[in-house]
Design a binder for this molecule. Structure first.
Ligand code: GRG
Length: 296
């Protein structure tokens, strides 16, 4: 089976569970659940849950025991996108090719749908832990990873630094901090959580962490490059900046070619980090390559 087919199969596996995750009810919760489901069902690569389940399997764990965690990280990711699109943040009208949540349901409900998805993610993870009480310590460690990755020392911290750096000239360390926290943490922590649930040794956890850190940074560098390459009108201007909302990016700091080679270097590091897993690492190796290939 080719990589694209494997990727599609894993995505569909997750989507089957995601479809059932939010109740489909009438009544007082109806609109809230509809709004949560709207963004959750709106597509997306499902990269974070795929990585979580893969990290679990590569160390010999049962993916079925980690599926609720996989759904939970996609819910947290979706909440972050709903909030990021709000007028108070990026003020976007489209997400995943569809009108953003607040455009359909209004700002108030979009805030609540995001909050609802974040909280529901923890409800799901707790429910899953209670199901396997003999392994509860492992589940608590895995939940800690997700909480840290999504929280003030992770994604929220990174998003805050990003907001505060708008229209400012920033140091390369600040740019790396933003990328590492806003984007990479929500790839690293789900992988660590999956590996912990799968019973990883410390050495295996370290290798998976190194893989995830490298693909996480490469993912954001590539996202920055795509923003530039995708918007031809910017190419003649100062790359990575626009009049109304100036943000520092890898291309604006290092130039396009240097950014590309930095991303390629990180993908090589990621592949080396998991070479120890031999044949079992094939999917993760191909996934790392896909992160680069989809873009340039
Ligand atoms: C609002 C707390 C809070 C955080 C927002 C995720 C995020 C932080 C902002 C979204 C804006 C952005 C471009 C972030 C960089 C990470 C990124 C590329 C997110 C998009 O992830 P994909 O490509 O999206 O995995 P899909 O739609 O495939 O799920």
């Amino acid at each position: 089976m080719g990589f694209t087919e494997k990727l599609r199969g894993k995505k569909e596996f997750i989507e089957e569970f995601l479809k059932e995750a939010i109740p489909n009810t009438e009544g007082p919760h109806g609109k809230l659940f509809e709004s949560m489901r709207y963004s959750l069902d709106a597509g997306g690569k499902r990269l974070r849950p795929i990585l979580l389940l893969e990290a679990c399997s590569i160390v010999g764990g049962e993916a079925a025991k980690a599926i609720k965690f996989a759904c939970a990280v996609e819910m947290i990711h979706t909440y972050s996108l709903i909030h990021d699109d709000l007028p108070a943040m990026d003020d976007d009208d489209l997400r995943r090719g569809k009108p953003t949540n607040h455009k359909v349901f209004g700002e108030g409900l979009a805030v609540l749908a995001g909050d609802g998805l974040l909280n529901y993610a923890f409800e799901l993870m707790i429910e899953s832990s209670l199901r396997y009480p003999q392994e509860s310590y492992k589940y608590i460690l895995a939940m800690n990873e997700i909480a840290q990755g999504a929280g003030v020392f992770g994604m929220i911290g990174g998003q805050t630094a990003d907001l505060e750096s708008e229209n400012k000239v920033i140091e390369s360390e600040t740019l790396e901090f933003i990328h590492m926290n806003k984007t990479a943490q929500m790839l690293i922590r789900p992988m660590r959580a999956g590996a912990i649930l799968g019973g990883a040794s410390q050495a295996e956890l370290d290798r998976i962490t190194e893989y995830a850190e490298n693909i996480g940074l490469a993912f954001q560098i590539v996202d920055d490059i795509l923003d530039v390459v995708g918007d031809q009108s910017k190419l003649g201007k100062n790359v990575g900046s626009d009049e109304e909302n100036q943000k520092s990016t890898y291309p604006s700091m290092y130039g396009l070619e240097e950014s590309k080679s930095m991303a390629v270097g990180k993908i090589e590091n990621a592949k080396n980090a998991i070479s120890h897993f031999g044949e079992n690492s094939q999917f993760l190796v191909e996934l790392a390559e896909y992160i680069i290939d989809r873009e340039f």
